[in-house]
Write a protein that binds this ligand. Sequence first.
Ligand SMILES: [Zn+2]
Length: 62
Amino acid sequence: MPVVPHRHCIVCGKAIEPEKKFCSNECEETMKREQKRQRNFTLAMFGLLFILLLMMLLFSPR
Ligand SMILES: [Zn+2]
């Protein structure tokens, strides 16, 4: 079986053309939503870390 250059949709894993990243608009939307969610999560973590640091500074014995 010859190996035709191809990629897989990074969302659902379906074989797609090499210049494409997603097999469909739905998969692209899914990825965009996921990236947004992850960015929000990262931002929330940074916020939490910042607050924690601030608390440590405020309540540290001197
Ligand atoms: Zn897909």
